[in-house]
Design a protein around this ligand. Structure first.
Ligand code: ADP
Ligand code: MG
Length: 326
């Protein structure tokens, strides 16, 4: 396994108390595979990714438990220097907002070239040629003419391509893309997502694709991990999850995707709000919003996720059988 995260826990110490942002998350992704991590805002998707990358905002954040195994080494046991090297060479991250991820006062060619100058010791001239090659690779029109342009001179979609190019530069084994298309128009979203999926296949990278939008990942992900209140509540191959979700929360997310064939119909969004992580409800954290909730859900913690509900599938719901059979 390329990346194997086991029972990861992350806390933030705040003035109001300790926030359990990640409460025992386990997920894995292999070379050539795409894992989508799905969930509403605040469910711990980004914090999990930041812990994996070693870029957690710390303090106040702190990993308090678990393992992050990358090619069989637990990254949490490595020293700063080793960690930095792996992050630079073997892993890369793509963020939602390219404008703040890229340096506004340096040309994109310079920033792309810097990867090759710093990490590969290339000359300026060679690095520039590599930068153009990368820009062509992510299909930026007229790359040769635009290599000296600044980030703000590109459209949102083109900037996102540049960030993908930056991430690919050193041919990492793992890419984490955190809401990479959320800020884009729907048509541009699809193009950028297709490009990312194509490059992932070609380079045989492991890809973790974080999103709050189930519609975005259907065509590109192999498996989906659904997160709620810092936990994974369902984990399944894409097709199975779409056809028959085994957790009421997943069901709710699916029902809130706008469908072209049901134009005008009211969206069945999930009622209520995700919990404040300072005061997570007892029992199953989803119970106050769950249409299936019964007494047991209000008092007993949900069954552990390792309970198998099908091949490669698990659900943290007492009533997964009823949910899946719906
Ligand atoms: P998302 O699923 O939207 O990516 P995050 O992983 O960013 O959610 O955040 C999960 C939770 O962690 C947030 O709801 C918040 O309570 C907490 N959190 C994240 N960053 C910080 C921080 N810098 N300080 C305090 N709490 C934080
Ligand atoms: Mg996030």
């Amino acid at each position: 396994m390329l990346l194997d995260v086991r029972d990861l826990r992350v806390e933030f110490r705040t003035r109001d108390g300790v926030v359990g942002a990640v409460n025992g998350v386990s997920y894995a992704v292999d070379a050539g595979e795409t894992l989508a991590v799905l969930g509403e805002s605040g469910s711990g998707k980004s914090v999990t990714a930041q812990a994996v990358m070693g870029i957690l905002d710390s303090p106040p954040g702190r990993v308090t438990g678990g393992e992050i195994r990358f090619k069989d080494r637990d990254l949490l046991t490595l020293d700063r220097e080793e960690r930095r090297r792996i992050r630079g060479e073997k892993m890369a991250m793509i963020f939602q907002d390219a404008l703040s991820a890229l340096n506004p006062v340096l040309s994109v060619g310079y920033q792309l070239g810097e990867m090759f100058r710093v990490h590969r010791g290339m000359s300026r001239k060679d690095a520039r040629a590599k930068a153009i090659e990368l820009m062509e690779r992510v299909r930026i029109p007229a790359a040769r003419e635009r290599v000296d342009d600044f980030p703000h001179q590109f459209s949102g979609g083109m900037r996102q391509r540049i960030m993908i190019a930056m991430a690919l530069a050193l041919e990492p084994e793992l890419i984490i893309a955190d809401e990479p298309t959320t800020a884009l128009d729907v048509t541009v979203q699809a193009q950028v997502m297709d490009l990312l999926a194509e490059l992932q296949r070609e380079y045989r990278m492991g890809l973790i694709l974080i999103t709050h939008d189930l519609g975005v990942v259907a065509d590109v992900a192999d498996r989906i991990a659904v997160m709620y209140a810092g936990r994974i509540v369902e984990h399944a191959p894409v097709r199975g999850l779409y056809a028959r979700p085994a957790h009421p929360y997943t069901r709710g997310l699916l029902d809130s995707i706008p469908r072209l064939d049901q134009k005008g119909k009211e969206l069945l969004a999930i009622k209520g709000m995700p919990p404040n992580l300072l005061h997570v409800p007892a029992g199953c954290p989803f119970h106050p919003r769950c249409p299936r909730a019964r007494d047991v859900c209000r008092h007993d913690p949900p069954p552990p996720l390792y309970e198998e509900v099908g091949p490669g599938r698990s659900s943290a719901c007492h009533f997964w059988k009823e949910t899946i059979g719906e």
